[in-house]
Write a protein that binds this ligand. Structure first.
Ligand code: MSP
Length: 503
């Protein structure tokens, strides 16, 4: 059976990984881990986008060859992802031979089908965004409407992809599949964009202007436009058969989910599906477009200089706290503002609600029952648990990750209230109420078990530690949850999950 295939964007290797990349990647990782826990086999792709003018210029500035810079950055991205516990299965680099081969094969196919034609182009180009703009868009100041940098006027021969002819077919697809682009606000943006006539897309650059790219198989004097090259890496990453490997072994295109930021939605929801249609390849099943992390109301970005290094936060608070904050504090799909105060509030929630519940529970089971629970005990709060499990999955399936996490935290909060109400310390003093104490302790351990399952996709390391404290040898999958409630070894106390001295 085909695995559940999901992708992050393929990040530009011209700069260091930052919080924006980290957010997209942690979000995708959490969804990948959730799918694995639901019992699916998963293929999770990330990687680096290593061609194009931006890459060439960044390398020139550092007096490096672009490939040398790409090697360095691919390593930095990989290290950052390992540091943030990203469980990617495949890291693709667009300079890999297999990818070059796939792109040339597909371009050839498009050329033979006359989906590509040569023409002269004159117009404005923004190097930073790697894209053309019309005179109307750049205005009299001749600046890029997106990044506000000066644009260049260029006249050259280009190859064009007949994108315009797919406009109706794409509109039909979006209209017939209301959940193809989520959330709805982003889908509406794409529909708005498609209200204008869709133009053909320039897919090449003459080597006289830019030589750092994949050579067009039908014209040696041009390289492929970096966006077209990078988009097809999703197909290479799915083990698309190339001239070297003709087999369909492990082939897993189409993607089940492609996660992107709102700034690159047009390329993913317009260029990409039309290129796939022309190549006779199926479309991805879903595109999730998330918002931006802002700092003082502007997008955090390297060029603005207001970027926060996620790895620095990690040193202070731990990887899982960073993952928690980023996913919990941003409504999936909307923008959010990053502040250290919000970070501290979210960390407090981990320490005071979840960490507190875990340490109270383990210390009581150790103190009153020498770390062992009797197996045949009645438990309470059954309905709350079932409802949380049910609603958590509903929200995750709708890709509303922030609200799914909120539900799990609510269950922990309610359980702390339950402890205060039941006063197990009083029950422990009363020999007539031994059964009640067992019920309370059993309920608490059962809930912590459920919480390890719900929260391990976002906090894999801490939930692994919690599972050990409550006597499990591994975090249960959703299916194993009932079994895990009865089979466990002795509970052990351990270091606090979320130490308060960081606050
Ligand atoms: N190379 C292209 C993607 C090609 S995919 C075939 C690219 N790379 S990128 O390095 O610029 O990374 C883009 C990703 O980082 C997007 O998902 C984008 O939204 C995300 N972010 C960059 N800054 C961001 C924030 N401040 N906040 C959240 N995410 C943002 O585009």
């Amino acid at each position: 059976m085909k695995p559940y295939y999901l992708t992050t964007p393929i990040y530009y290797a011209s700069g260091e990984p930052h919080i924006g990349h980290a957010y997209t990647t942690i979000l995708t990782d959490t969804l990948a881990r959730y799918r694995r826990q639901m019992g699916s086999q998963v293929e999770f792709l990330t990687g680096t986008d290593e061609h194009g003018q931006k890459m060439k210029e960044a390398a020139t500035q550092k007096s490096m060859h672009p490939k040398e810079l790409a090697d360095k950055m691919a390593k930095n991205f990989k290290e950052a992802w390992v540091g943030l516990d990203i469980s990617f299965d495949r890291f693709i680099r667009t300079t890999e031979d297999a990818h070059v081969d796939v792109v040339q094969n597909i371009l050839n196919r498009l050329w033979e089908k006359q989906e590509i034609y040569a023409d002269n182009y004159s117009g404005w180009y923004c190097i930073h965004e790697e894209r053309y703009w019309t005179s109307r868009e750049v205005g009299e100041e001749h600046v890029c409407p997106d990044c506000h940098r000066p644009v260049e006027y260029i006249e050259e021969k280009n190859y064009f992809f007949r994108m315009g002819k797919y406009q109706e077919k794409l509109l039909e697809h979006i209209n017939n599949n209301p959940n193809w682009i989520v959330p709805e606000t982003r889908r509406n943006e794409v529909l708005g964009f498609l209200n204008q006539p869709l133009e053909d897309l320039s897919i090449s650059r003459p080597k006289t202007r830019l030589d750092w790219g994949i050579t067009l198989p039908f014209d040696e004097s041009h390289v492929c436009y970096v966006w077209v090259d990078a988009l097809f890496s999703y197909v290479t990453g799915a083990s698309f058969p190339s001239t070297q490997s003709k087999t369909l072994k492990n082939y897993c295109w189409p993607a089940d989910l492609q996660v992107v930021g709102k700034d690159i939605l047009t390329t993913h929801a317009v260029y990409w599906p039309t290129l796939l249609m022309a190549s006779d390849l199926p479309l991805p099943k879903k595109i999730l477009a998330h918002g931006w992390w802002l700092s003082k109301k502007t997008k955090m970005s390297k060029s603005i200089g207001n970027v926060i290094d996620p790895l620095q936060l990690r040193e202070k608070y731990g990887t899982d706290a960073v993952r928690w904050y980023l996913l919990r504090d941003m409504r999936t799909g909307s923008d959010a503002t990053f502040t250290e105060e919000r970070f501290a509030t979210r960390y407090e929630e981990l320490a005071n609600v979840l960490g507190n519940l875990a340490s109270r529970t383990t210390s009581m089971v150790i103190k009153y029952r020498a770390g062992r629970l009797s197996e045949e005990i009645e438990t309470e709060l059954g309905e709350e648990i079932e409802q949380t499990l049910d609603n958590f999955q509903k929200h995750m399936d709708k890709l509303q990750v922030h609200s799914a996490l909120g539900l799990a935290m609510d269950l922990a909060r309610k359980t702390n209230v339950y402890i205060d109400k039941k006063e197990p310390w009083a029950l422990a003093k009363d020999p007539d109420r031994t059964n009640s104490l067992d019920t309370v302790l059993g309920t608490l351990v059962r809930i912590l078990t459920v919480l390890t399952t719900l929260l391990s996709p976002v906090m894999p390391e801490k939930m692994g530690a919690l599972a050990k404290h409550i006597g499990l040898d591994k975090i249960p999958t959703f299916e194993d949850l009932n079994l895990a409630l009865t089979t466990r070894s002795t509970l052990k106390s351990g270091a606090p999950l979320f130490p308060r001295d960081h606050l």
